[in-house]
Design a protein around this ligand. Structure first.
Ligand code: SF4
Length: 469
């Protein structure tokens, strides 16, 4: 995605039943670094207690050989974070660990609750003589709800009755690792196995480095427990009451192309979307080029379907962080400028079709197109592999407000002029959904349609728990 300040909510990993559980967790987090770059953490079990190490920064910076050796265990969970509720602070880094009257519990969360303020107010009314919250995340609320029961699974079911919104969770206790997915399954969560070890991860790419075999997804509303007796599945709600609403934006942009999520390989879905984009918005041109990296698979599909040669017009500097993972506007504007360069000889005098996965504010797209023009492109045709993004996401993707979303404020023709392209075409909703295998009703499309499967109870803002006195 070239234009977006969008951030993913987080990446999870957990493993039970391997002597090198911590090393496997490290590799699993490393493979999922794209899902969050603000902080990283691992919790593990030693002598019946949970120990942990977490800090701000990338996985490779947060952990050393020595810190991993100190965590050594048969069971571990890990987390990489981009903040969607709660600031980018060390105190909010995950896994969160608490010592309750019944047991120690650690948790990592991917997603965003839509009623965390109401729940927090309830807690504070009940406990008003002393402050009980140590972080400003919605995840801590989940932990306290779970800890109200002596039995972990009972506590998780209790919490699932109270919390609303998007949550894929991985818990660690001294005896078990537990994977949980909300009844809509907004965010991905996969189960893997290698011999007697069980693993869980946001994306299957986390299994590959350790030869862990993907088994299946954790189902919406399912609780999967791994302990010394193997694995067992429980549910918070009967299956028929759980309505899948998988985030299709994971397919459009967030997930790694080699991952399998929601039953499809991401690269294959993006390529199909590119093919449909070519059917819906054909144009006479000399070359098709992606905005790297996430436009790559869709550009391949567009080139195949149109018969226009695929070329690499943009070169990415891989040593600059993914633009939209940077937590502040100031940092973003500088990285955007240095992230991509144009190969002049490829575009000079040519009619160029540029494939990108979305336009959020429009400012970065405009810069890219200017670079192409300066390099001598004769015509520039922009094709976007999803519909115009007009609404906020409450489920764990940090969209700017609709005031800043270009498609919420301008017509497609106005956007075309502002960005400075000869033609602009967005993939239709049907075309986007047709790229994935499950029925259209199984996917969340709220940021395009404004139709929310779970209505927010409170204002959903990243800083919602910071503003309070
Ligand atoms: Fe994904 Fe958009 Fe739904 Fe958010 S609103 S979960 S980004 S599809």
């Amino acid at each position: 995605m070239s234009d977006s300040p969008l951030k993913e909510a987080c990446g999870l990993f957990g493993v039970f039943g391997a002597p090198n559980a911590v090393e496997l967790t490290y590799l699993g987090l490393y493979a999922q670094q794209h899902r969050g770059q603000e902080s990283a953490g691992i919790a593990s079990v030693q002598n019946g207690r949970i120990v942990h190490h977490k800090d701000m920064g990338l996985v490779a910076d947060v952990f050393s050989k020595d810190s991993l050796a100190l965590l050594r265990s048969h069971a571990a969970i890990g987390h990489v974070r981009y903040s969607t509720t709660g600031a980018s602070l060390q105190v909010n880094a995950q896994p969160l660990v608490v010592d309750t009257a019944h047991s120690m519990i650690a948790v990592g969360h991917n997603g965003n609750l839509v009623n965390s303020s109401a729940l927090r107010r309830d807690f504070e009314r009940q406990q008003r003589f002393f402050p009980i919250f140590h972080t400003t995340t919605d995840t801590e609320i989940i932990l306290y709800l779970v800890a109200r029961e002596t039995d972990l699974v009972k506590g998780i079911k209790h919490a699932m009755n109270e919390i609303k919104g998007a949550y894929s969770l991985v818990f660690l206790t001294p005896e078990s690792v537990v994977a949980v997915r909300d009844p809509n399954g907004f965010r991905p969560l996969a189960l893997g196995k290698r011999g007697s070890l069980w693993a869980v991860a946001s994306e299957t790419c986390a299994f590959e480095l350790s030869q862990i075999e993907y088994v299946r997804d954790v189902e919406p509303g399912e609780i999967v427990v791994f302990d010394k007796n193997g694995s067992r599945s429980e549910r918070s709600l009967p299956k028929k009451q759980c309505k899948p609403k998988h985030c299709i934006f994971e397919h459009v942009y967030f997930a790694r192309p080699d991952s399998r999520i929601f039953g499809d390989t991401v690269h294959v879905v993006r390529r199909r979307m590119g093919r449909r984009l070519a059917q819906e918005h054909p144009v006479a041109a000399d070359l098709v080029t992606p905005v790297p990296d996430s436009g790559m698979s869709a550009a391949l599909g567009y080139a195949e379907e149109s018969g226009i040669p695929f070329e690499m017009a943009f070169m990415r500097n891989h040593y600059v962080g993914r633009t939209f993972i940077q937590p502040s506007q100031d940092e973003r504007s500088t990285t955007v400028e240095i992230k991509l360069a144009v190969v002049r000889d490829v575009v000079k005098g040519k009619r160029v079709v540029v494939i990108d996965d979305s336009i959020i504010r429009g400012t970065t797209s405009r810069s890219r197109i200017r670079l192409l023009r300066e390099a001598g492109a004769k015509e520039v045709h922009l094709r976007i592999s999803c519909p115009p993004t007009r609404h906020a996401c409450y489920y764990g993707i940090d969209f700017p407000s609709s005031k800043e979303l270009i498609a919420a404020n301008y017509s497609i023709e106005e956007i075309r002029k502002r960005i400075g392209v000869d033609t602009l075409g967005y993939l239709s909703l049907e075309g986007m959904l047709g790229g994935a295998s499950e029925p259209a009703s199984s996917y969340c499309t709220a940021c395009w349609t404004g139709s929310y499967a779970v209505e927010p109870v409170d204002a959903v803002r990243k800083d919602i728990h910071e503003r309070r006195s």
